[in-house]
Design a protein around this ligand. Structure first.
Ligand code: ARG
Length: 277
């Protein structure tokens, strides 16, 4: 039951990242959710709840061999949809296009391992935290003795995914030469190829990529650079913030959240704070 298929993660990396994939989540029952109150207000005209994600970030979101979305975030969002009576339909977007899409109202929410930050809160609303993560430095094994902390990255070449907290962290390092990529797997591949000295990325994702065996000769050094919490992002002022939070709390209380967590991380979930900042 907890057997995570690493190889399917890898296939997810390899599949095209640009295509817009639309999948309809199968909610609890087969019938249309009755939604006389609440959530219906800001749904799309078709009555679906459009949720953006950038699906090259396993184990949170990736595409299976057959092109289906899978991962912790996908299972969690489907469970939230079933609980709240929202007809979830995923839409794949580049990570740096997600907040603009929320602002433009072309999607109703986003679940994409997105860190709750004060800066993002100026333009979107977040659910309460649903996952505790943090940034880590990855290097090639042959340079692991030279790079052991953030200070050692001064004047080094660093690869990051565009628009991420990892990219923000890298930008703070004096003299660093930063290369941005559309996805985290592409940044890690650049490191594996020997073209950069390090990658700054979310620790669970980098560790998963290394464990998958897809990238050779990489390791995570030092301690986590940050403690970050992921939240589901919604348009500023969306009525659905409360709906999503209520469903999330129900799933935490009834054990469904823990079940999904164990499925993808083979561990019990930590306590989550009520707010991230
Ligand atoms: N947690 C980081 C951030 O919010 C990285 C998220 C990247 N997510 C993704 N699906 N590619 O900036």
């Amino acid at each position: 039951m907890f057997n995570i298929s690493r190889s399917s993660f890898i296939k997810g990396f390899a599949l095209g990242l640009s295509a817009t994939l639309v999948l309809t989540a199968c909610g609890g029952g087969g019938s249309e959710p009755a939604s006389e109150s609440g959530p219906a207000a800001s749904e799309s005209p078709e009555g679906t709840f459009r949720v953006a994600t950038e699906p090259a970030f396993p184990p949170f979101e990736s595409q299976s061999e057959s092109g289906e979305l899978e991962g912790f975030d996908i299972d969690l969002m489907e469970a939230i949809g079933a609980e709240a009576g929202l007809d979830v339909e995923f839409e794949s977007l580049p990570f740096d296009g997600i907040i603009p899409a929320l602002q433009a109202g072309t999607v109703d929410a986003a679940i994409s391992a997105m860190t709750i930050t004060a800066e993002r809160e100026e333009t979107v609303d977040f659910s309460q935290p649903y996952f505790k993560a943090g940034l880590a430095i990855a290097v090639r094994e042959d340079s692991a003795s030279e790079i052991t902390s953030l200070d050692d990255l001064q004047n080094k070449k660093i690869a990051v995914q565009i628009g991420t907290t990892g990219a923000d962290k890298a930008a703070e390092i004096p003299g660093a030469e930063i290369t941005t990529f559309d996805s985290a797997p592409l940044a890690l591949q650049e490191l594996s190829n020997g073209n950069v000295d390090a990658v700054i990325n979310d620790a669970p994702v980098t560790l998963d990529a290394i464990a998958s065996g897809n990238l050779s000769g990489l390791e995570v050094v030092g301690e986590l650079l940050t403690e970050e919490f992921y939240g589901i992002a919604l348009p500023s002022g969306s009525d659905n913030v409360d709906t999503v939070n209520e469903a999330l709390n129900t799933l935490i209380e009834n054990g469904t959240y823990a079940e999904i967590y164990r499925k993808w991380f083979d561990a019990d979930p930590p306590e989550l704070p009520e707010s991230a900042l």
